[in-house]
Design a protein around this ligand. Structure first.
Ligand SMILES: C[S@@+](CC[C@H](N)C(=O)[O-])C[C@H]1O[C@@H](n2cnc3c(N)ncnc32)[C@H](O)[C@@H]1O
Ligand SMILES: C[n+]1cn([C@@H]2O[C@H](CO)[C@@H](O)[C@H]2O)c2nc(N)[nH]c(=O)c21
Length: 837
């Protein structure tokens, strides 16, 4: 059963002129989330690595034993950053044992301390431990920046975090994140900077939140009884977990704090004037801080106090969930304040009294005179942001604090369509929805849109979008261009450079008998991007090594050239004609180079034993020659089950097929939508390629006419349809769709033309007229066949162009396809294919 989460996120109106309301084009923006991590993970089987290996860090899994259930495959597709996927580059780098601080990976870019990263995180942490690496500079830097002159709460405010060195694992902060954070930290000078507010918030409530988080994660670890003898941060058994928990908790709440602050929510701290901060804090019995000074919390007695206090904490999580102030503890005059035990008030709650803090100071985003934000309080703590309002993992379906529901404030995302200034629409659509607006030519003589409006149909779109990977476009101008000795320009990323340096270092001891330059270059080509298509697009088929070379020599060279897909002497025998390769499908044994094996190994007590075990158990994996011949295709090979889950049953593809076939889960989703709108109808797949979509249309019960101009593709498509047992439902037609179109009849037509190779991502906005085929003409011809059109386009397609296809008074649905929360493609639906809700 296909599990797809589909949501309508927004409705946009594009007006052709201000006078005639009927001329507007309605554009429904939706998102479809499919998840295929299990299929993706399966792909690593052939590389000699597996999830299981990651997870346990010691066991090599043989093919026959491979247990999908052990993959920890999330089935829930709700937007929770717990499941944030590492991009393919990161995955591959991890599996190669390459350090993630190379910097190009999503792990670095979007690092959120999450459960799904836990394994990875642990692996890296352990490796750090082994290597005794100094605290990463970026972490240092981040700590310094964020923690406001070295008062990072990890260290200063929490005796639970006494040693800076402990931060290595627990506070893996990416300085890029911090920088972006910093940019939002610039609030007007009348207000305390958000980082001060955050610090204060964390100081007040961090302990309680941290403990709550810890308890939720480890309900089995009670602080009572024997377990109480050692604090979790001191116990060798739990120290790592504690670090991780701290890290997660800190950043989780920090991000949400930012979000809430952005939304206009504030919190005030009574008895805390900025000037007499320390003094009033110590006087405030509600304060969770246990000391005035920044450093004296490290003093032993304070630590003891805290530990004692913590040991008194009621660990009844049920009670916590019910909102009982169970984490409130009074201990030797220091009251550990829990989030829920402080009074929480809505900014506009009429029942609230005047503040009693005496300072009259409000830390409001819009200044003290902002009535909507000028909160009133009855006593004690005064909150507009309450910690409990901060959404917890997986529980983010409401962006208001539960206790403040009656005080509904209009937020930016709830503005009426008419209220949204036109320019903001474009900005919001781009930054929040991830839709690109270009100035490309419009279809059907539409000159330009005079006005656009936007209405969100989903709450918290902005917030939720933060946890999705929308892919920033690859900006060509920032690319470093390197020149070969021959003077040829070779685009290379910074990451590649680092990878290259690393590989050079790593392979110092490895003899490179050929001394060929192509070896490392090919590695770079293969890992030059985070996504399947973001890479150096020139396909260079390396010439086969001279036949005179011994097989050993070739294998050694392959060690350098293809770290995961090492080929052997079979390589030299390959005829590098791709079609021939495909038809013969000779398989090349895959051997993992030893130095990478070493890199990949997770630290274990008895390293040698593991190595031996692995060596014994290691099987020779095989690669099809077209992959071995074109190293950058290796990443598609790793994703082969994602493209065709029945890959092993005889699926065939050529190079174009590899990078342009629709991933099975996305194709399946589109097919099920089409099936719903034109029940068991006839679907034309105008550019069928190797059959990714045609097969799914057929599987969904439709009859299909599959057209392609390339006979080889049609052969592959037919072969693949056979694998899936749906050949009876598909009629394969060899020909040019542009010519055949007038003769075709269909209930729906699916268009997935070539976009001009994987280069499409380098454009800020993709112009559908600049594809290999004229996208407008393709649409015009299709329209003559049926109004029910499904246009499969790049994720960065110019939305304005797409909208213009619907024509004045028309409607269109733009569906963003997310694969494991990464925006992959855009599917545009017309006619009856637009989903009615
Ligand atoms: C992106 S691929 C389609 C991938 C396909 N949806 C799949 O999942 O396998 C585009 C295909 O269009 C074919 N093509 C290019 N121009 C064509 C034309 N004028 N008429 C028909 N097919 C064409 C190419 O040969 C290529 O196989
Ligand atoms: C170059 N490329 C990638 N995809 C599709 O976009 C996803 C993300 O890159 C790929 O997985 C593939 O399905 C393409 N689809 C079509 N129709 N035409 C193309 O040229 C193409």
């Amino acid at each position: 059963m296909l599990s797809v989460e589909w949501i309508q996120v927004a409705e946009m109106c594009f007006y052709l002129d201000d006078v005639n309301e009927d001329s507007k084009i309605l554009c429904l923006c939706s998102r479809a989330f499919v998840n295929d991590r299990n299929l993706y993970c399966l792909g690593f089987k052939g590389t000699g690595f597996s999830r299981k290996e990651d997870k346990r860090g010691e066991e090599y899994v043989e093919d026959a034993d491979f247990d999908e259930d052990s993959l920890d495959v999330p089935t829930d597709t709700s937007i929770s950053y717990e499941e944030n996927e590492l991009d393919s580059e990161t995955e591959i780098m991890l599996k190669m044992g390459l350090p993630l601080h190379f910097g190009g990976s999503s792990y670095e870019r979007n690092y959120v301390p999450i459960d799904s990263c836990g394994k990875v995180h642990k692996i890296w942490k352990k490796r750090e431990t082994k290597c005794k690496r100094p605290l990463d500079e970026s972490i240092q830097e981040a700590i310094e920046q964020l923690a406001h002159n070295s008062s990072h709460p990890c260290k200063e405010d929490f005796p639970a975090y006494p040693e800076q060195a402990d931060l290595q694992g627990g506070c893996n902060i990416n300085h890029k994140d911090v920088k972006s954070t910093e940019s939002t930290l610039n609030t007007p000078s009348t207000e305390p900077p958000i980082k001060d507010k955050w610090e204060e918030y964390w100081n007040r409530y961090g302990q309680g939140l941290l403990w709550q988080h810890w308890i939720e994660k480890h309900p089995e670890l009670s602080l009572s009884g024997e377990h109480c003898s050692l604090e979790p941060w001191s116990s060798a058994d739990t120290k790592d977990e504690w670090d991780e928990c701290y890290n997660e908790c800190y950043w989780n709440y920090f991000q949400q704090f930012q979000y809430w602050t952005d939304q206009g929510w504030t919190f005030d701290t009574p008895n805390v004037s900025k000037n007499s901060d320390a003094q009033s804090r110590s006087a405030d019995e509600n304060s969770p801080r246990i000391s005035d000074g920044d450093s004296d919390c490290l003093q032993e007695d304070h630590c003891k106090t805290l530990v004692k206090s913590m040991s008194n904490i009621n660990l009844d999580t049920e009670e916590i969930n019910q909102g009982h102030p169970s984490l409130s503890v009074i201990n030797e005059g220091n009251r550990l304040q829990t989030p829920d035990s402080s009074e929480k008030h809505c900014p506009t709650d009429p029942n609230q009294n005047e503040p009693s803090d005496g300072t009259g100071e409000k830390y409001t985003a819009s200044g003290p005179t902002d009535t909507s934000q000028s909160a009133r309080q009855s006593s004690g703590s005064h909150w507009q942001i309450s910690p409990s309002a901060i959404i917890k993992d997986g529980d983010e379906d409401d962006d208001e604090p539960p206790e403040c529901k009656q005080a509904k404030i209009k937020r930016s995302h709830e503005l009426d369509a008419e209220e949204t200034p036109c320019n903001d629409v474009l900005v919001a659509a781009s930054t929040i929805l991830g839709l690109k607006h270009g100035t490309g030519q419009k279809y059907g003589g539409v000159a330009n849109f005079s006005r656009r409006t936007l209405r969100y149909l989903e709450k918290g779109v902005k917030y939720k979008s933060q946890f999705l990977d929308m892919h920033r476009p690859v900006k060509a101008k920032n690319k470093h261009i390197f020149f070969t000795d021959e003077g040829d320009a070779v685009p290379k990323s910074k990451t590649l450079n680092k990878v290259q340096t690393f590989l050079k270092e790593a392979s110092k001891d490895v003899q490179d008998p050929l001394g060929e330059t192509y070896t490392l270059q090919e590695v770079e080509d293969s890992f030059s991007s985070t996504d399947s298509e973001e890479q150096n697009h020139e396909v260079k088929v390396p010439s086969a090594p001279p036949e005179s070379e011994s097989s050993d020599t070739v294998a050694n060279s392959a060690v350098l050239s293809n770290p995961i897909w090492c080929s052997t002497d079979a390589y030299s025998e390959q005829e590098l004609n791709i079609n021939d390769l495909n038809s013969s499908r000779q398989l090349i044994p895959l051997e993992i180079p030893d130095y990478l094996q070493n890199e990949t190994q997770v630290i274990k007590n008895d390293d040698d034993k593991v190595k031996k075990k692995r060596k014994n158990k290691r099987k020779k994996k095989c690669l099809p020659p077209e992959i071995a011949a074109v190293p950058h295709l290796a990443k598609y090979w790793a994703q082969r089950y994602r493209l065709f889950s029945r890959f092993d049953e005889g699926i065939k593809l050529d190079e174009e097929g590899w990078f342009s076939v629709t991933p099975e889960k996305i194709a399946e989703h589109i097919a099920s939508r089409v099936r719903q709108s034109c029940d068991c109808g006839l679907v034309v797949d105008a550019f069928c390629g190797v059959g990714g979509n045609a097969i799914q249309f057929a599987k969904a019960g439709n009859r299909v006419i599959a057209v392609d101009i390339d006979p080889a593709k049609l052969d592959f498509a037919r072969n693949n349809a056979e694998v899936y047992g749906v050949t009876d439902q598909i009629e394969f037609i060899l020909g040019d769709f542009m010519v055949l179109a007038p003769a075709l009849k269909a209930d729906a037509i699916f268009l997935s033309p070539p976009w001009g190779g994987p280069d499409y991502v380098s454009a800020e906005t993709f112009d559908i007229r600049t594809m290999c085929l004229d996208g407008f003409e393709v649409f015009r011809l299709s329209k003559q066949i049926t109004k029910n059109i499904i246009y499969f386009l790049p994720r960065n397609t110019d939305v304005e162009q797409v909208v213009s296809l619907a024509g004045p008074g028309g409607q269109v649905e733009i569906e963003q396809n997310f694969l494991n929360k990464k925006l992959k493609t855009m599917t545009v639906y017309f006619g009856d294919c637009i989903r009615k809700v």
